[in-house]
Structure formats: structure tokens, C-alpha cells
Ligand binder design. Structure first.
Ligand code: NPW
Ligand code: ADP
Ligand code: K
Length: 495
């Protein structure tokens, strides 16, 4: 599944038409799907559909027709001047005897449900004048609003705030990234019959889906032993950051690593999990790490200023490595790539900013662009730019266009210390199990967020997310995970 910008979705629309798929069929499917979602989610109130002049308005006119046919009380207010498909949708509705009133005549009616079909992907620039005051009036009414495709006005200010957004054909950046995502409320994605070749474009970011991630889960044969399923070496810790490597080790073990070893400065108070092998080191020279039983390394958690020394020591092992936190320095990553080691880097916006010479705020505002920049700067490394949502990027060879992926799990309750250390352990475990860096990174990020979603409460702790990993993996493997865009199943399926 791909993530679209408005332009990319318009291009998909054009490709569908180019393939011979009539655009009116798309509008009919879109409008009917909106009507079905509305009818299910709001079984009783009067429905007021507000329609713009373009195809978003056309979808609203189709939805109004079906809701009316299903016996719902419907009022429609529309801008004048629909043409093309939207014009046909208007006359089809009028043929059923429904009188369409001018938008200017709309006034809030308590108890009604609003369907926002004013603007979708065709909006160019911010709303002003009449449209801005209409948006203000709708928002002030406090009436529950269902947005068709996008809350009108996004991605600019002002815009409507929806309780529910019915995304058509594909998810758009506004449905995933903040602050726009907050205006969408619950998002339900509906297919509208768009031909697959029109939808797929390799340049668009991949969205991590339950089906796609399930296929990446390593299979564990019945005769597995602790030496055959991937062993992880965690290299980190320092006087005051004693918890970080412990959380990484715990998460690696909870992700199925057969054996976890924690190497940390002797004399520091690092307390590896009971099940881990301890490797207290006198210094970061590298000799102490030799002989560690591992197929992958996670380095940098809680090392403080010793991050570079720790990473250089770990480099000597020649193993697939996850580089995190204090080890995330340009010279370290370059050294790993020069050594041609499979490498995953997991910066948060602050660390990414340091690597790119930008501020953390700039990185956080442009996560897709920033992840792509990191991938170009460090070709061959799988880049995990952490955030809500996390974005991943990889330029397989120098100067190649990065492939991008966006996570669809995780929540704001995960904004708490140590969560990143847990992620490192998960990804390292999948590296050790033999996954390529790009697969280990995507699967690890997805499961980390899924475990956080299964807890789902503010106040959750990083170690609880690690403890929840076996359940997350089990649910994923059994097909018991649904994307956030899936409609809730209901006993009464009929509209
Ligand atoms: N993608 C798909 O596969 C399918 C997409 N479908 C649907 O089509 C939607 C996209 O439809 P769209 O392209 O007609 O654009 P839309 O959002 O209705 O807005 C256009 C109108 O806005 C106006 N306008 C623009 N900017 C403005 C401003 N700043 N301030 C004021 N006005 C402004 C512009 O005016 P104009 O510039 O033309 O004078 C025009 O009247 C999409 O979201 C989905 O719902 C489905 O039907 C089927 C398949
Ligand atoms: N609002 C959020 N939505 C989704 N995930 C989040 C959110 N806030 C934090 N996370 C996740 O929690 C982790 C935090 O990592 P990081 O900042 O490195 O934490 P720490 O340094 O404390 O270990 C990342 O994986 C990030 O994606
Ligand atoms: K809309």
C-alpha cells in the first residue's frame, strides 16, 4: 500500500482514466462508499451534505443520493456550477426529486450530522472570503462532521475538523502526519475500484500494513536452538545511563533472539536482564568484544560521549549493526558503510538534525524529506527516522533515489524515555535472525508501535512495550491485526 500526496492521487486518477476506466465510475463508487460508512457510523441523525463545485462535491452528491434511497433524512447544500462528473452527480440526485439548496442558505441545525464534501485533493492554496467564513461557521456550530476524502481546507489554515474522514482510494499524507492528522479524526479507507496499475507507483512511500509485515516474520523451525535463531550483542551504558542497554537487551530477547550479551563499562551500574550474558569491559578498545557470540550488534545506547569509541570497537566484529543514540555520528556511520557492513541507523529528530546540520524542529516538520536526505547522505544504510509516525528510507547505492516507508502503528503515549532503546533491541534481533537491514528496520518499527498500541495508555513504560512484543508478534502472525484505517466490523452490516 502506498502513501499519496494530493498530486500523486490526481496522477493515479489520470492513469486510471488513461487505462480506460471511466472517472464517473470512480465517483459513483466513492460517493456510495461514503454513504455506507456514514449510514453505519451514524444510524439515526438527519444528514446535511455540504458540496463544493469540484469532484469532492460530486462525491457528496452521490453519497446524498444513496443515503436518501436508503430512507435517510437528507438535505443538500451545494455551490453552483458543477460540471463533468460532478454535474452528472447533481442531475442524478435531482432526478430523485431532492431539491438542492445554495450553500449560502445553510445554517447550523442542532442534532444534524454534517458531511463535508466542499474540497478534497483539488484545493490549491488557503481558503479565504466566503469559504473561510463558512469553515468558521461550521466549526463554531460544533456539529459532528464526516469529511469526504479530506477535511476541507487541509493542508492549509483554516480547515474543518472531522470526527471521521473517509479516505478515497488511498491514504494521503494528511491522514498520517501531524498536525493535519489531528483534523481527520478517525480515518476509514475505502477502495473505489481504482485499477491497481493506476494506484501503484514505486516512487511513492510504502505504508507498513499488517499483511506486508506478517510476510517478513522469520519462521522458527521446530528444531530451533538458541544458537540458530539469532544472537544479539548490545554495546552501551555508562555511569548515569544504565537502563538503556538493559532495555535494548530485554527487547531483543522479547523479539526472539536466542541469546543476548550486554557489553558495558566495568564499574557502571548496568544491570542486564537475568537471561543475558554479561560482558563488563575495562575500556572500549574492542579486544573485550572479540569472541562475543552474536550475529548482530546494537551499539550506542546510553554510552554518552563514549559512543564513537564503542561503535569503533563494535565495528571490528564485522557484524550487521544497529547504530543508535550516542554512536550516531557522521564518522561512525561512514566507517560502517565503508566496511560494507549491513547497517541500520535510528536517529530521532535531534540526532538526525545533528547528522544533517539542521535543527530538530526542521527535521520533525519535514520527516519524509529529512529521511530521504539521510538515505542519500548514507547510501546503503537503512535509515529509521523516529517520530510519530516513524519514516524509513534507503538509498541502496550512491546517488540512487531513496525508497521510503512510513509506519502506521504507534501512538503518543509512546513519547516516554527508553522507547527508542526498545526499538533498537527489536531491530537488532531481526538483523540477527538474518533479515536484511531494510526488512529488519520496517518489521521492527511496525512491531514496536503495535506493542505500544496494544497497551495504548498514557503512562506506559518502555519495558512494558518490550514485554508486550511476544503478544504483538503472535497477533501479527495469526492475522489478528488491522490497520488503523480499517472500518470497525459491526453485527449489522446492512446500510
Ligand atoms: N482521486 C481519485 O481517484 C478520485 C477523486 N474523487 C474526488 O475528487 C476530489 C478531487 O476533486 P477535484 O480535483 O475536482 O478537486 P476538489 O477537491 O473538489 O476541489 C476543486 C474545486 O475547488 C476549487 N478551489 C481550489 N482551490 C481553491 C481555493 N483555494 N479557494 C476556493 N476554491 C478553490 C476549484 O475551483 P477552480 O479553481 O476550478 O475555479 C474547484 O471548484 C477528491 O478529493 C475526491 O473527493 C472521486 O470523485 C473519484 C476518484
Ligand atoms: N507521538 C508518537 N507517536 C508514535 N510513536 C512515538 C511517538 N512519540 C514517540 N514515539 C516512538 O517512541 C520512540 C522514541 O525514541 P527516542 O526518542 O529515541 O526515545 P529514547 O531516547 O527515550 O529511547 C520512537 O520509536 C518513536 O517513534
Ligand atoms: K472534504
Amino acid at each position: 500500500m502506498r502513501l499519496y500526496t494530493s498530486e500523486a492521487m490526481r496522477a493515479a486518477d489520470a492513469r486510471a482514466v488513461g487505462l480506460g476506466y471511466p472517472s464517473l465510475l470512480l465517483m459513483e463508487a466513492a460517493g456510495r462508499a461514503v454513504a455506507e460508512v456514514v449510514a453505519r457510523a451514524y444510524p439515526s441523525p438527519k444528514i446535511v451534505v455540504l458540496c463544493g463545485k469540484g469532484n469532492n462535491g460530486g462525491d457528496g452528491l452521490v453519497a446524498a443520493r444513496w443515503l436518501r434511497l436508503w430512507g435517510r433524512e437528507v438535505e443538500v447544500y451545494a455551490a453552483a456550477g458543477q460540471e463533468g462528473d460532478a454535474g452528472l452527480a447533481r442531475s442524478a440526485l435531482e432526478a430523485h426529486g431532492l431539491k438542492i439548496q445554495p450553500l449560502e442558505a445553510w445554517a447550523p441545525e442542532p442534532g444534524s450530522l454534517l458531511v463535508d464534501a466542499l474540497f478534497g485533493t483539488g484545493l490549491r492554496g488557503r481558503l479565504e472570503g466566503f469559504w473561510a467564513s463558512l469553515v468558521a461557521q461550521i466549526r463554531a456550530s460544533g456539529l459532528p462532521t464526516v469529511a469526504v476524502d479530506l477535511p476541507s481546507g487541509l493542508p492549509y489554515e483554516p480547515h474543518l475538523e472531522a470526527e471521521l474522514t473517509v479516505a478515497l482510494a488511498g491514504l494521503k499524507t494528511e491522514h498520517l502526519f501531524y498536525p493535519a492528522r489531528s483534523a481527520c479524526g478517525r480515518v476509514v479507507l475505502v477502495p473505489i475500484g481504482m485499477p491497481e496499475p493506476a494506484l501503484v507507483s514505486p516512487a511513492l512511500p510504502e505504508l507498513l500494513t499488517p499483511d506486508g509485515m506478517r510476510r517478513l516474520l522469520p519462521r522458527r523451525p521446530g528444531n530451533a536452538n538458541k544458537g540458530s535463531v539469532g544472537r544479539v550483542l548490545v554495546v552501551g551504558g555508562q555511569a548515569i545511563y544504565t537502563g538503556a542497554p538493559t532495555l535494548t537487551a530485554l527487547a531483543a530477547a522479547r523479539s526472539g533472539a536466542g541469546l543476548v550479551t550486554v557489553a558495558y563499562p566495568a564499574g557502571s551500574a548496568v544491570q542486564p536482564p537475568l537471561e543475558a550474558i554479561r560482558k563488563p569491559l575495562q575500556d572500549w578498545s574492542g579486544e573485550g568484544l572479540q569472541g562475543a557470540k552474536a550475529e548482530a550488534v546494537a551499539v550506542g545506547m546510553g554510552t554518552g560521549p563514549e559512543g564513537v569509541a564503542a561503535a569503533r570497537a563494535a565495528l571490528e566484529l564485522g557484524l550487521p549493526t544497529l547504530v543508535d543514540a550516542d554512536a550516531l555520528q557522521v564518522e561512525v556511520i561512514d566507517a560502517y558503510l565503508q566496511a560494507r557492513l549491513p547497517t541500520v541507523i535510528t536517529p530521532h529528530p535531534g540526532e538526525a538534525g545533528r547528522l544533517l546540520g539542521r535543527s530538530a524542529a526542521e527535521v520533525a516538520q519535514q520527516p519524509l524529506e529529512s529521511a530521504a536526505l539521510l538515505a542519500r547522505r548514507f547510501p546503503g544504510a537503512a535509515v529509521v527516522l523516529k517520530g510519530g509516525p516513524t519514516v524509513m528510507a534507503l538509498s541502496p547505492v550512491p546517488d540512487s533515489a531513496p525508497v521510503l516507508a512510513v509506519n502506521t502503528t504507534g501512538n503518543a503515549a509512546m513519547a516516554s524515555g527508553g522507547m527508542g532503546d526498545v526499538l533498537s533491541g527489536i531491530i537488532a534481533a531481526y538483523l540477527a535472525a538474518g533479515l536484511e537491514p531494510w526488512d529488519a528496520a520496517r518489521l521492527g518499527v511496525y512491531l514496536h508501535g503495535l506493542s505500544g498500541d496494544l497497551i495504548g495508555k498514557v503512562g506506559m513504560l518502555a519495558h512494558e512495550v518490550a514485554e508486550g512484543l511476544p503478544e504483538a508478534v503472535w497477533r501479527l502472525s495469526k492475522g489478528r491485526v488491522r490497520g488503523f484505517w480499517a472500518q470497525e466490523p459491526e453485527a449489522d452490516e446492512a446500510p
